[in-house]
Design a protein around this ligand. Structure first.
Ligand code: ADP
Ligand SMILES: O=P(O)(O)O[C@H]1O[C@H](CO)[C@@H](O[C@H]2O[C@H](CO)[C@@H](O)[C@H](O)[C@H]2O)[C@H](O)[C@H]1O
Length: 444
């Protein structure tokens, strides 16, 4: 691309909030594909660049930019350009790129456009994010993905499946997306229905825990509802037919249990080696924790593997109009798209949410509040709601013992992921999963 001064890009990238390679020396940046977009009164370059580091794997980023004398300027600072990108989505428009094309996709039908003016107001979200999200006309939330992954984007794939193939509506509906087709193919942006006056589940739960010394009947019933919504989501995933092979349930085999168990044992080795330096007490728990992980391999196989949320925690649910909505189907950011799209036991999501209750209680305790032992009540209410709607579902283990052993093993797996996540991202928080590891009761 002639108009982009590639020598200026390393400096530009290092100043961007969403650029995750700030700590690594960049060898060079190359353009994989680019398009000249002229839409909604704005013209800019939409480039996909590959950043090659001195060490480590290359990364791809989306750069919607205006070439300028200093190098480049972010085109998303302009409301006109944001509206231009959204226009491509809502009109299903396309623009040729150097080696493929940029293609808009609208699945929201005419209803999705009702009450949305031709030139909607743009409101930027005041959240620290690794993507850029804006609200358009208070109706649509448009997320422009900054760091691109090769392959099928799970957030788009899941949102599309739920919106077009199921009756599950406890999620902000996917309205459309923008894709780059061709050798550097990737989903560049997703548009969902914006839910006004929503509180995220993390804030909502912290407020409840700050206000209530004991878990009152209302909070308990809300947690039961949360469990039921998750159960309904899993029923929706499991309803897939052969038309959607990426979603159709598959039998859960002994070798799946063995593979998952071995992977948790491996993660224990790596994670405890690092974490024991911070808390040597962990070494005394090693054998018990390994036993927990190994019990997973001994469960008699029953049930199915299905698509799951994959990174479920309280920050991935919204509370609006006294209802829970589940969103953000991207999966765990540290895993590849292929790994995030794997079918798994549904209990992995149940375990993820249970871990989040512990985080919420620990956060309130760290603020100076005394822990009130409320977690088991919340957990029981959540699991009860889940079990109520999924009773007899073919994807769940056939007996209660297997359910319990599998759930504990997945809690351990999530705990280990959290220890690694916190050590890398928020070292002050690592004590939350570490304390939980120390508390995990000996395997029976
Ligand atoms: N459809 C929606 N309606 C209302 N608020 C939303 C919606 N989607 C996301 N949000 C808000 O925007 C924040 C960031 O969205 P998210 O999809 O989690 O982006 P990211 O994956 O970049 O973190 C969420 O924490 C939530 O508060
Ligand atoms: O929301 P993301 O998809 O980026 O998920 C990542 O970040 C989460 C933190 O924001 C992290 O979640 C962990 O902290 C939460 C509290 O902030 C807690 O509720 C979760 O239970 C805990 O796992 C998540 O693991 C990570 O993938």
């Amino acid at each position: 691309m002639t108009t982009l001064d590639l020598t200026k890009l390393p400096e530009y990238l290092k100043h961007q909030r969403w650029f995750s390679g700030k700590a690594w020396p960049i060898k060079h940046v190359t353009v994989m594909d680019h398009a000249a977009v002229e839409s909604g009164g704005c013209s800019f370059s939409l480039a996909v660049v590959e950043v090659i580091y001195e060490l480590g794997s290359p990364e791809r980023y989306l750069l919607p930019v205006h070439p300028s004398t200093e190098g480049v300027r972010d085109a998303l600072e302009s409301d006109e350009c944001l509206r231009g990108l959204f226009d491509l989505i809502r009109t299903g428009g396309q623009v040729a790129s150097a080696s493929g094309r940029v293609q808009g996709e609208w699945i929201g039908g005419q209803d999705g456009l009702l009450a949305l003016p031709a030139s909607p107001e743009v409101r930027r979200l005041q959240v620290e994010q690794s993507n850029t999200s804006v609200v358009l006309g208070e109706q649509v939330i448009l997320k422009i993905i900054r760091k691109l992954e090769a392959g099928v984007n799970p957030e788009h794939e899941v949102g599309r499946f739920l919106a077009t193939k199921t009756s599950f509506r406890a999620t902000p509906t996917l309205l459309g997306a923008l894709h780059l087709e061709g050798a550097a193919g990737a989903t560049l942006a997703v548009a969902h229905r914006f839910v006004p006056d929503a509180t995220d589940g993390w804030k909502y739960t912290l407020d409840r825990l700050r206000q209530e010394r004991a878990v009152g009947p209302r909070f308990q019933s809300e947690m039961r509802d949360l469990g039921s919504r998750l159960g309904e989501l899993h029923l929706a995933f499991a309803s897939a037919t052969d038309e959607d092979p990426a979603f159709t349930p598959e039998p859960l085999l002994q070798e799946d249990l063995q593979r998952w168990s071995a992977s948790i044992v491996g993660e224990l080795g790596v994670t405890l080696a690092d974490a024991s330096r911070q808390n040597p007490e962990l070494e005394n728990r090693r054998e018990d924790l390994i036993e927990h992980a190994k019990r997973l391999a001994q469960v008699p196989p029953s049930g199915q593997k299905i698509r799951i949320h994959g990174d479920l925690h309280l920050g991935q649910v919204l509370r609006a109009n006294n209802q829970w909505l589940i969103f953000d189907f991207e999966g765990e950011p540290a895993r590849s798209f292929t790994a995030r799209r794997e079918k798994y036991s549904a209990l992995r999501d149940v375990a993820g949410m249970i871990r989040s209750f512990d985080y919420a209680e620990a956060t309130v305790a760290l603020e100076g509040g005394t822990p009130h032992e409320r977690i088991s009540t919340i957990r029981d209410a959540f699991v009860e709601g889940y079990r109520q709607v999924t009773r007899g579902a073919p994807f769940l283990p056939a007996d209660d013992d297997s359910f319990d052993v599998m759930l504990r093993a997945f809690e351990l797996e999530k705990l280990l992921y959290e220890v690694r996540y916190e050590m890398q991202n928020r070292p002050d928080w690592v004590r939350i999963p570490l304390q939980a590891l120390l508390r995990m009761e000996a395997s029976k």
